[in-house]
Design a protein around this ligand. Structure first.
Ligand SMILES: [Cu+2]
Length: 146
């Protein structure tokens, strides 16, 4: 009886739940990289004067989510909420705004120096299933200042 118990304990070294958790973590990291590097890109320097960049926030993406701007030139981000409540946050700059459904917000920024600025949704807007780590949690993008 005791021997059997030992055997069982040894065999269950790695629990199935650990494997599932690992797959979910790796999956969300891949989803973030995928959405940033294969998402839509807008190059602000190719746009007309005024430099307004239109971004749509919807479950669970920003479109576009890769924006290239020039340092020292003011750009206005016009962010439209297409479905549920979202947020728009650039942590590096201390910016965090609510994006209401059916409304747009405008943020004018002059990036002083080249660099990379991650933006993300800062209001919980749902996910495919509880604890998935995707959906709202991977709703992100990047502004590249050249
Ligand atoms: Cu969200």
């Amino acid at each position: 009886m005791a021997g059997g118990g030992m055997m069982r304990r040894k065999r269950s070294g790695v629990a199935v739940t650990d494997v599932i958790a690992l797959i979910l973590v790796v999956g969300s990291v891949l989803a973030i990289f995928y959405s940033i590097y294969y998402g839509e890109t807008v190059r602000a320097e190719l746009m007309q004067e005024g430099k307004e960049i239109y971004i749509t926030a919807r479950q669970w993406v920003f479109q576009p989510n890769r924006i290239v701007v020039k340092a020292g030139q003011p750009v206005t981000l016009v962010i439209y909420g297409a479905d549920v409540l979202h947020g728009f946050q650039i942590e590096k700059l201390g910016i965090d705004k609510v994006v209401y459904p059916g409304q747009e917000i405008r943020i004018t920024i002059t990036f002083d120096k080249p660099g990379t600025y991650i933006f993300r949704c800062s209001r919980y807007c749902g996910e495919p299933y509880p604890g998935s780590g995707i959906g709202h949690w991977t709703m992100t993008g990047v502004i590249i200042v050249e």
